[in-house]
Design a protein. Structure first.
Lengths: 115, 140
């Protein structure tokens, strides 16, 4: 089984990536980077990462989230986060990134926020 | 009073990215036997992954002729983990604070911050035979 599984679906003009597994150095971080690059190449710039199934992330994975956020922003798009686990929320809090990312607990609210 | 070591495990692993997961698995096994609680075990896992990542990437620069050597000690009041690489070393005080406003959106530079956040003691030393050792302690 892959370290990180990413399932893509479309909700209006927002692309939702349902992710499960680990975003860690190596395979997991690369999988996230590859998925984001592909979406940007396809012109999909409104992206919601559903992280409910991501039980583990390291500094490399946090770095990849930041890189994704800045790359999408530079391209005129938006990246938002949905369903953080408590551990991921704690990591974003201590790194002061919780104030940078737009974070939601409800998918409907998250999708509405793109409008 | 000298520490009484209950159990010691030593690992020597190649300088590859997949060593990070291998080291984390071995440490999880060791920590499980040491009777450490879940929250502390999570922190140890985070810190070990970051320390081994640094040893592989920055210390040994993924040179597979160089190993990452790990010593795990279960002490009566703590677990001590040492990660040794064969790199030239660095000054941890010169590593920028990743939570400073100008660094928050940087893609890297959070590993040492996580190690310090999750462990009770973290220090670095240059070994006489060469290489850098990071020693991390988590109290029970």
């Amino acid at each position: 089984m892959a370290e990180l599984n990413i399932n893509e679906r479309q909700a209006g003009d927002v692309t939702v990536l349902d992710m499960s597994g680990k975003i860690t150095i190596g395979e997991g971080s690369v999988a996230l980077r590859t998925a984001i690059r592909r979406l940007l190449e396809e012109g999909k710039k409104r992206i919601l990462l559903n992280l409910a199934g991501v039980g583990y992330i390291d500094s490399s994975g946090i770095g990849e989230l930041v890189s994704s956020y800045t790359a999408i922003g530079k391209d005129g798009g938006q990246l938002k986060l949905l369903n953080l686990t408590q551990k991921l929320q704690d990591l974003l809090t201590i790194t002061k990134l919780l104030t940078v990312f737009d974070v939601y607990e409800s998918e409907a609210e998250a999708l509405n926020s793109f409008k | 009073m000298p520490d009484v070591t209950v159990e010691t495990t030593e690992l020597s692993l190649p300088s590859r990215i997949d060593t990070v997961a291998a080291a984390a698995a071995a440490v999880a096994d060791f920590v499980g036997r040491s009777g450490i609680g879940d929250d502390a075990a999570f922190g140890i896992d985070m810190a070990v992954r970051e320390a081994v990542t640094n040893a592989v990437l920055h210390g040994n620069r993924q040179d597979e002729d160089k190993t990452v050597d790990i010593i795990l000690k279960s002490l009566p009041d703590a677990v001590e983990i040492s990660v040794h690489d064969q790199g030239p070393g660095f000054n941890p005080e010169e590593v920028p604070d990743p939570t400073a406003q100008e660094n928050i959106l940087k893609a890297s530079g959070r590993g040492i911050f996580f190690m310090r956040s999750f462990m009770d003691e973290v220090d670095w030393s240059i070994r006489p035979g060469g290489g850098t050792t990071v020693r991390m302690l988590k109290r029970r």
